[in-house]
Design a protein around this ligand. Structure first.
Ligand code: AHN
Ligand code: ZN
Length: 325
């Protein structure tokens, strides 16, 4: 009797590790969605911040690129490091590295998941003027999105989705021209790594069914609105993601209302590659910048990152990816 029980134990353990929602169970075939681990996502976020600010042309930046590449390979991804010298608005040559990790690299149907991994070189929104030349630690504005995607990579290693997935860690997103510089913040001074990749993708003629960009997805009680350009270029993807979030119980994070339009990596992916791509980005219509009081300040540190938010985003994306056929 005891022996029989022990034989069944691994089955119970397995079942408890794979969640399926009620609505999914009614489909012909049950879709098993691996459980996203927010503690692990938090650790992946912290590991990046522990390198220091990941500003292009610094050792912290290069060490973090190596770390992300090794980790993606450890999770079975086929990894491309795309190196480029990108010219910033002020003429600085940014030694940039886009990192692309592919799962099921031969699958024709693909999903593109994007997050920038670099840190802003100046905390130009810091309340203390003496701090405005200091770099941003970018716990939320950078590391959080990458942390969520690294945890998804870890899950995909254990349990492959049906479709192909490309995780794209783009570089030199946050070297955009500060508003204080004459002429103001030019749109094309942002997202340099993504602009480069969109013109010269890691695979010639690269296509994906859709793309999802994560930007600032770790803050406590963050709210994500249906961003304007995402609606314009990829309304059905916005609908898919927001309705998945609602059905998973994350409606207090994914607000089912229109938000503003934001210049971010997804704009260039949409305009240059034609891959319909949305932006999940923290947006608070009541705050001044819209992005939280510590945005582009020296206060964007690990204490701002909340596992509950990482879980809301990660779990939603896991359901989106594993339900794609
Ligand atoms: C602008 O500030 C124009 N766009 C926001 C892009 C960004 C910066 N996302 C994170 N940091
Ligand atoms: Zn930023």
């Amino acid at each position: 009797m005891k022996k029989i029980f022990l034989l069944f134990l691994p089955c119970f353990f397995y079942i408890s590790c794979v969640q399926t929602s009620k609505s999914e169970q009614t489909k012909e075939k049950v879709t098993a969605v691996p459980v996203f681990n927010p503690d692990s996502a938090y650790q992946f976020t912290k590991s990046q911040v522990d390198f220091g600010a990941r500003v292009p042309n610094t050792k912290s930046h290069d060490d973090c690129a190596t770390y992300l590449t090794i980790e993606l390979k450890r999770f079975g991804a086929e990894v491309v490091q795309q190196k480029a010298d990108l010219i910033a608005f002020d003429g600085t040559v940014l030694k940039s590295t886009n990192i692309i990790g592919s799962f099921n690299p031969k699958a024709e149907t693909r999903i593109l998941l994007i997050s920038h991994w670099d840190s802003r070189p100046w905390a130009d929104h810091d309340p203390d003027p003496a701090m405005r030349k200091k770099p941003v630690m970018a716990a939320n504005d950078g590391a959080s999105g990458v942390g969520v995607l690294m945890e998804m990579a870890r899950q995909m290693y254990k349990n492959k989705p049906t479709v192909g997935v490309d995780i794209f860690f783009c570089d030199s997103e946050d070297y955009g021209q500060p508003e204080s510089v004459s002429g103001g913040s030019s749109e094309t001074s942002w997202c340099l790594g993504t602009q480069y990749w969109a013109h010269s993708p890691h695979v010639a003629g690269y296509k994906a069914r859709f793309g999802i960009l994560l930007d600032m997805v770790g803050a406590s009680q963050a709210t994500f609105y249906r961003e304007q350009s995402s609606e314009y270029y990829a309304g059905n993807v916005v609908e898919k993601v927001w309705s998945t979030a609602q059905s998973q119980g994350f409606g207090q994070f994914f607000i089912n209302e229109k938000g503003g339009g934001i210049t971010d990596d997804h704009i260039f992916v949409n305009q240059i590659t034609g891959i319909p791509t949305i932006d999940i980005i923290q947006y608070d219509p009541k705050s001044g910048s819209g992005f939280g009081t510590y945005w582009h300040t020296t206060h964007d540190t690990m204490d701002k990152v909340d596992k509950v938010t990482l879980n809301a985003v990660g779990t939603t994306l896991m359901h989106v990816v594993y339900n794609e056929k």
